[in-house]
Ligand binder design. Structure first.
Ligand code: PLP
Length: 486
C-alpha cells in the first residue's frame, strides 16, 4: 500500500509550499518502505524559476533579504551553516584577496600558503591531536573520505580483514554512496539501498528522551548502550570491524540530540577493546556549534578520524575537511604510504582562505564563549516559554544547537501522524507573514526517530535581543499551528 504522493492541504489557500533541504516530507508505507512525498507544485520553469524556492537578494547579519522586500530572521543558518551570519565583509575580502593572488592549483604536487595556514590552524586548535587535514567541499565528501581513511588505515596496519563498520540508527552522514551507507536515514537511502555497503552494522543512537527506561539510572542507561555496541561487534566478528561511526550530537536525523553523559567514553572503551577506530561526524555539530570547537571536547574522548563541514566555512564557500589523528598518520608514514584519495578541488586555496578567516573571526571575537552563554539563554527561554505547551515533548541541545520535538501525546510521547507534516507546517508558518523567520525542520528519521522536530541554530555572534525575538516568534508560530490542528 503506497501513501507516497498524497499531498497535504496548504495551511492557507494559496500558501506556497516551501521545502527545505531538511528531511522534507516523508511517508512510511505499511510495508515499512519510506518514500519522499511528492510535492504538489508546478514544475520548474525553463528560465530557472522554481516556484518552491523564495528568491533571496541579499543578507546582513541575522537577516536574509527577499526579492519581495521582506527580511527573514535566520534562526537556523540554513542547516547550521551560516555561523557568522550573512554579509561579513572581512570574509569576502579574504576570498577576493586569495582569488586575485592564486585561485587554483592541483593538490598533487603544488601547494598554497592558504592551505598550509588552514591545516596548521586545524592542527593547533586541536592541541596537535589532528596531524593532517584534507580540505574538501561538502560534508558528504568529508565523511566519504573519513570512511575510506579508516579502511585504508587497516590496510597499512596489515589488518585487511577489517571491512565492516558499526553505525547508528537516527543518523545522517551525507548523500554520496559511502556516506549514505553509514547513515540510518531511511528516506534518503530508500531508492539506493541496493547500492549501499553491505558491511554496515547498525545500533540505536543515544536518545535519552526516547530510549531511557523509567527507573533506569544514568549509569545503567550508558552501560546498556555500550552493551548494544559490544553485541554488534561480536555479531559482525570483532576483528572485522574498522570503525564505529557516530555524530556526537545528532543533527538532521533527529533534531539536536546530544549524547548522554559518559556515553562516548563507554563506546570508545568498546572500540578500544576490539581494536576499532572511532570516527566522529561533526559536520553539523562541530566547529563551535555546541560551544567548544569540537563537540567531542565535552565527551572526554578523542576521535581517530573526524569529518567537519558546515560551520568550517560558515557558508561563504563550500568547506569541509577530513581530519586524521596522529595514530592514523603514524601508520601511514610507517608504510611510507599516501591516502588513496583526492578530488580535483581538494585543498582549494580560496576555500581555505575563506574558512580560515571564518575561524579567525570566531577566535578573535571570543565567539565560543558567546555560543555558550547565548546557548544557555536560548535553552532557558525555550524551556520557559515552550516546555509546558501541549505538543512540545522534548527540548534538547547544546550550545547554539537546539531541537524541539513535537508530539501528539506528551505522556506516551506518541508522535503526530507523519501525513500531517507538522514540522513542515511549523516551518512554513514561520517563514510566512507575520513571523518572517527561517527554522530548520525534520519529520523524524522515517520511522526511527519518531517525532517531528524543529531546529534552532542561530549565528555564533547572536545577541540576547535576537534570541528573545527568535523564541517569541517560535512560540507564536507553535500556537498558530496548534490552533489550526483538528
Ligand atoms: N554529516 C552530517 C552530520 C550532516 O548533518 C550532513 C548534512 O546535513 C552531512 C554529513 C552531509 O553534508 P553535506 O550536505 O555538506 O554533504
Amino acid at each position: 500500500e503506497k501513501v507516497a504522493g498524497v499531498s497535504w492541504p496548504s495551511l492557507e489557500p494559496g500558501a506556497a509550499v516551501q521545502p527545505v533541504s531538511g528531511l522534507g516530507s516523508v511517508v512510511t508505507t505499511s510495508s515499512g518502505v519510506t518514500e519522499r512525498k511528492k510535492e504538489e507544485s508546478p514544475p520548474t520553469a525553463a528560465d530557472g524559476t522554481d516556484p518552491n524556492r523564495i528568491l533571496v537578494v541579499g543578507g546582513q547579519g541575522n537577516y536574509l533579504h527577499l526579492a519581495d522586500g521582506r527580511k527573514i530572521l535566520d534562526a537556523c543558518g540554513g542547516a547550521a551553516v551560516a555561523c557568522l551570519g550573512h554579509g561579513v565583509k572581512e570574509i569576502s575580502d579574504a576570498i577576493m584577496s586569495q582569488v586575485s593572488t592564486i585561485s587554483y592549483v592541483p593538490w598533487g604536487f603544488l601547494d598554497t600558503q592558504s592551505r598550509r595556514d588552514m591545516s596548521e590552524w586545524l592542527s593547533q586548535s586541536s592541541n596537535g591531536h589532528f596531524k593532517k587535514a584534507w580540505i574538501t567541499s561538502s560534508g558528504s565528501e568529508a565523511m566519504e573520505g573519513a570512511v575510506k581513511l579508516a579502511r585504508e588505515y587497516f590496510v597499512w596496519k596489515g589488518e585487511p580483514q577489517r571491512v565492516n563498520f558499526i553505525a547508528r540508527e537516527e543518523s545522517y552522514h551525507g548523500i554520496t554512496l559511502g556516506a549514505l551507507s553509514m547513515g540510518g536515514h531511511l528516506v534518503r537511502r530508500g531508492p539506493f539501498e541496493s547500492l549501499l555497503f553491505a558491511g554496515v552494522y547498525r545500533i540505536p543512537a543515544c536518545n535519552a528522551y526516547r530510549q531511557k527506561l523509567s527507573g533506569e539510572t544514568n549509569e545503567e542507561f550508558v552501560s546498556r548502550k555500550a552493551k548494544e555496541l559490544e553485541a554488534k561487534f561480536i555479531e559482525a566478528g570483532p576483528d572485522t570491524v574498522a570503525a564505529f561511526v557516530a555524530e556526537p550530537v545528532v543533527g538532521a536525523a533527529s533534531g539536536c540530540v546530544p549524547s548522554f553523559p559518559g556515553y562516548f567514553k563507554a563506546m570508545k572503551a568498546v572500540c578500544d577493546k576490539y581494536g576499532a577506530l572511532l570516527v566522529l561526524d561533526e559536520v553539523m555539530c562541530g566547529m563551535g556549534r555546541t560551544g567548544t570547537l569540537h563537540a567531542w571536547e565535552q565527551e572526554g574522548v578523542t576521535p581517530d578520524i573526524q569529518a567537519i563541514g558546515k560551520g568550517l566555512g560558515g557558508g561563504y564557500l563550500p568547506a569541509s575537511a577530513i581530519l586524521a589523528s596522529g595514530k592514523i598518520i603514524q601508520a601511514m608514514e610507517a608504510k611510507n604510504a599516501a591516502f588513496t584519495h583526492g578530488h580535483t578541488y581538494m585543498d582549494h586555496p580560496v576555500v581555505c582562505a575563506a574558512a580560515l578567516r571564518v575561524q579567525q573571526i570566531i577566535q578573535r571575537d571570543n565567539l565560543l564563549s558567546n555560543v555558550q552563554s547565548q546557548g544557555k539563554y536560548l535553552e532557558k527561554l525555550l524551556r520557559d516559554k515552550l516546555l509546558s505547551h501541549p505538543i512540545v515533548g522534548d527540548i534538547r541541545g547544546r550550545g547554539l544547537f537546539w531541537g524541539v520535538e513535537l508530539v501528539r501525546d506528551k505522556g506516551t510521547k506518541e508522535p503526530f501522524d507523519p501525513e500531517l507534516q507538522l514540522a513542515r507546517r511549523v516551518h512554513e508558518t514561520a517563514l510566512s507573514e507575520p513571523y518572517n523567520m527561517a527554522l530548520y525542520f525534520g519529520q523524524g528519521c522515517a520511522g526511527q526517530a519518531k517525532g517531528d522536530h524543529i531546529m534552532i541554530m542561530p549565528a555564533y555572534n547572536v545577541t540576547p535581543d535576537v534570541i528573545e525575538t527568535i523564541v517569541d516568534k517560535f512560540a507564536a508560530v507553535i500556537d498558530d499551528v496548534f490552533g489550526k490542528l483538528e
